[in-house]
Design a binder for this molecule. Sequence first.
Ligand code: PEP
Length: 253
Amino acid sequence: MRSKLVAGNWKMHGGLAANAALLSALLTEIDTLPCEVVVCPPFPYLAQAQQVLAGSALKLGAQNVSQHPAGAYTGEVSVSMLREFGCRYVLLGHSERRAIYGESDATVAAKFEAVLAEGLVPVLCVGETLADRQAGETEMVVGRQLDAVLARLGVAALGCGIVAYEPVWAIGTGQTATPEQAQLVHAFIRQRVAASDDEVAAKLRILYGGSVKADNAAALFGQPDIDGGLIGGAALVAEDFLAICRATDVSSS
Ligand code: PEP
């Protein structure tokens, strides 16, 4: 009942020529893919992507946004600006935003509210560090990150978004969580939401992110609570990203 989604987080990579080549390669196959597909380029390339993707099934997302609607916030970008450039999805609380730029749970929750207020879809990234995992604190950390949104906005609001479970130790390291490790945390997230509302929990899409590659995607996507992926490095190579998208068709594996 939950449709699968694969989103590519390009991070701070790309350029006009490379983006054009990547997008055009994705577009040649987009109508054959078994899942919803989203690309999240850096802000300056949203206009380029909007133009190239116009009328196609390939959707556009952003990697971050301000929690403020407008004002004296140098260097920031508002949700309404993203909307004007065709964004439908916005990644929030990516571990790089939390770790490098000090985004707190409260800030991420405020951003979640701002994204919903403009009718876009927030993708809430949660995940534990290696130290958290080794200390047996995975559920505590992920639960706290989820609860920040639940406490501020309520479970119905969370259900209007998507959750991406990204163990920090798996991001960009080549060390993917095993399907079983990932499934355990996905099930925990769904149960945490179900404690407030069963129906919202059953419908909530929970993506896995962290070194997903063409050769490990099918096993991850075959888990009952994994509804697709948030892809970093492999999203920059058309063939790899397309293979990951195809792997969402778990009936064929
Ligand atoms: C990410 O940055 O969200 C990510 C999952 O990166 P990678 O796939 O490269 O681990």
